[in-house]
Design a protein around this ligand. Structure first.
Ligand code: DOR
Length: 435
């Protein structure tokens, strides 16, 4: 395996607090040295990181890779290519595939495909059989097979009885339950945030409370159990307040934010020129109002939200061309998330670089137990996963930047700043470009 020297950058490692000008040497798949002026002779490849941030490989704990079953939208290999182009060295994929990831065999299938891909890929397995919300899936066997968390994402575990059992059964695995919080009895027929714009567009509204009641309920169910409980793609400002209170009580709860909930409001669902609809902004849970965006940003700044995730959800152009109510929920995010987070959080002064990197490395690694494999930090002898970020490069998000198999994003044409210019996975340069 070729050796790589990432030279002359500012090395940021939130796990150890390291923030200094240094080189990073990667050899035989591992970090070989971190320090200023490392020797170049014998190095196979030098990456010039002057003016760049050199960070642990970014981790996205929430993506949809559509394999098995919908490979025309994304495969594990194409999703992994999108990941490394966005600076991610590891992604954790959701179980709403066809069939659903609800057996140890399917967990092993994803791990096997991941091994042949550009990024590390770990499956989050289903909580219930076929994600139907009725019967628990083979939790312990799937944990043993290598699942890194449990979720019925795409759907909520709506039954309190099933959630209580799931919390109890997942607890001894040490992994987290990740809840797609949405009481389906409150969102039936809804396709966007319940507010002024839904009324204007004549669309069914999706109230914040649909998310909040599930999070309140689950936290209460978990009081006597103490399983790790994580709220996926938070959309409501009040959910942040609920999590803040639970964390202050010492409960093992966490939450994640996605780029679109930090940058878009329900107005994004209106079509270009104020006419018609924009299905690219149709997402579950929906983008809401400025007050929610503000509360999410505050939750990130004060440490209530510890994880950033893309919820990368590829769909075909023809599906997104359907009328708003029929079009599928979701948008792709792997290639664009880093720049969008920089805009929403760093350029706007909500947090600094170290904290951003922490939310994209340490936070997700801990959530999915990947810290036990040494992922999410830069450490001599640890995995050679490194992301090089040019914080100054300006670019406009275009079709050519979407290297995955689908194009559904409302951010096409947006002018952004900051980009991964090199992504090293297990000591191999899997992406270089973007400048
Ligand atoms: O918008 C979404 N799309 N939210 C989800 O929870 C599922 C995802 C998908 O699979 O398309």
């Amino acid at each position: 395996m070729a050796s790589v020297l990432i030279a002359g950058g500012r090395v940021l490692d939130p796990a150890s607090g390291l923030d200094r000008a240094a080189d990073v040497a990667v050899k035989d798949g591992k970090i070989a040295a971190i320090g200023p002026g490392l020797a170049r002779p014998g190095v196979d490849r030098v990456i010039n990181a002057e003016g760049c941030l050199v960070t642990p490989g970014l981790i996205d704990p929430h993506v949809h890779l559509r394999e098995p079953g919908q490979e025309h939208k994304e495969t594990i290999a194409s999703g992994a290519r999108a990941a490394v182009a966005g600076g991610f060295t590891t992604v954790c994929c959701m179980p709403n595939t066809s069939p659903a990831l609800d057996t140890p065999e399917l967990v092993r299938f994803v791990l096997g495909r991941g091994e042949q891909s550009a990024a590390r890929v770990f499956p989050v397995a289903a909580i219930s059989k076929q994600r139907r919300g009725n019967e628990l899936a083979e939790i312990s066997l799937m944990a043993r097979a290598g699942a890194v968390g449990f979720s019925d994402d795409g759907d909520c575990v709506a039954s309190a009885g099933l959630m209580a059992r799931a919390l109890a059964v997942v607890k001894p695995t040490g992994l987290a339950i990740m809840q797609h919080a949405q009481d389906p009895t409150l969102t039936k027929g809804a396709s966007m945030h319940a507010g002024e714009i839904a009324l204007k567009l004549g669309l069914g509204g999706w109230p914040r409370v649909a998310e909040e009641v599930i999070v309140e309920r689950d936290i209460r169910l978990n009081r006597g159990i103490g399983c790790r409980y994580h709220v996926q793609h938070i959309s409501s400002g009040e959910t942040v307040a609920i999590l803040r209170r639970a964390r202050a009580e010492g409960q093992p709860v966490s939450g994640e934010a996605s780029p679109h909930h930090l940058l878009l409001t329900h107005e994004a669902c209106i079509g270009a020129d104020g006419l018609g609809y924009n299905t690219m902004a149709k997402v579950n849970p929906p983008v809401r109002e400025t007050s929610d965006m503000k509360a999410l940003r505050e939750g990130i700044a004060d440490g209530t939200i510890t994880v950033l995730a893309t919820d990368h959800a590829p769909h075909t152009d023809s599906e997104k061309a359907l009328p708003f109510e029929e079009a599928p929920f979701g948008l792709v995010g792997l290639e664009t998330a880093l720049a969008l987070y920089i805009e929403a959080l760093v350029s706007s002064g909500v947090i600094g670089w170290m904290k951003l990197v922490q939310l994209m490395t340490v936070g997700p690694a801990k959530l999915c137990g990947l810290d036990r494999m040494g992922l999410g930090r830069l450490e001599v002898g640890g995995p050679g996963d490194v992301t090089v970020i040019d914080p100054e490069v300006k670019w406009t998000i275009g079709q050519k930047d979407l290297v995955g198999a689908s194009n559904n994003t409302p951010f096409l044409g947006r002018k952004v700043k900051g980009r991964a210019i090199a992504t090293v996975v297990g000591g191999e340069v899997k992406w270089e470009g973007g400048r």
